[in-house]
Design a protein around this ligand. Structure first.
Ligand SMILES: [Zn+2]
Length: 266
């Protein structure tokens, strides 16, 4: 058993569009405010973002992603509703398997690499992300007056306006991520996604209008190998983990190794 923990600080470099601006109201924008009126990033939104980044990068690393039925793929994954409809017999075999170990193996054999990391209704996730709390901001939420644009004609829709709230650039948020028992190929995928996020993370609403650009400000990382007795004891007694001095170099190594394995680089 191997555990890696990352404390990640991100900064918004353009205005960040937050949900309704009303406390506790969650919208699909992915950024909300606490009852105290402070912005925060729900862990579920961050995890969803990381998942879609990983889905896009997976094929380049020789890994599979079913896309959960949002677009057609030929990936074998029981989480994808379309696959489930077409493979009722195989699902019935899994359902009727009484031996829990055999059942688990059967489920794994029809679960894509991305669902295996991020979890599915029939498989526990091995990646968790906390909510991102704000650690630095100006303390102001600005209301902006948006004009609704008709996407087809690219003209303004007469008389249609909406208000939305933004956090000015420069706020910092911190969240933590824990990876349990990821193998080297899986670490390459999450590593590649985080390396991509350094300059290319988009959060909240209005990203097509340039809002919600984020960059990774800093990452602190630790790991522990629970198969080593001396590390296991320290972890169980004091939550001790070994610091990783250069997270970028470590993940770059996993990515390069994986690319070599799948023959993308010499
Ligand atoms: Zn899947």
């Amino acid at each position: 058993m191997h555990i890696m923990r990352l404390n990640i600080v991100v900064t918004n470099t353009t205005a960040l569009h937050i949900g309704s601006g009303r406390p506790g109201v969650v919208t699909d924008s992915g950024v909300v405010t606490t009852p105290l009126g402070e912005p925060f990033l729900p862990g579920s939104s961050l995890k969803g973002k990381l998942r879609s980044t990983a889905e896009r990068l997976a094929p380049h690393l020789g890994l599979t992603a079913c896309l959960l039925g949002t677009s057609p793929t030929d990936v074998d994954c029981c989480t994808d509703g379309e696959w489930a409809k077409e493979n009722k017999d195989r699902l019935e075999d899994i359902r009727s398997e009484a031996n829990p170990n055999k059942k688990r193996a059967l489920i794994e054999s029809v679960t894509c690499d991305v669902c295996r990391i991020f979890g599915s209704p029939v498989m526990a996730s091995r990646l968790s992300i906390s909510d991102g709390s704000v650690i630095k901001w100006e303390g102001i939420i600005q209301a902006r007056d948006g004009v609704v644009i008709d996407r087809d004609s690219e003209t303004t829709v007469r008389g249609l306006r909406f208000d939305y709230d933004v956090i000015p650039p420069g706020a910092q948020f911190q969240f933590s991520m824990e990876l349990s028992d990821l193998d080297e190929a899986e670490l390459a995928l999450i590593g590649a996604s985080l390396l991509y996020w350094r300059e290319n993370l988009l959060l909240g609403g209005g990203t097509s209008r340039g809002l919600g650009r984020m960059r990774i400000e800093s990452v602190e990382a630790w790991q522990v190998d629970l198969t080593k007795p001396e590390e296991k004891l320290g972890y169980l007694l004091h939550q001790e983990m070994q610091p990783i001095s250069d997270w970028e170099a470590l993940f770059q190594m996993y990515v390069d190794e994986r690319l070599r394995e799948v023959g993308s680089i010499a």
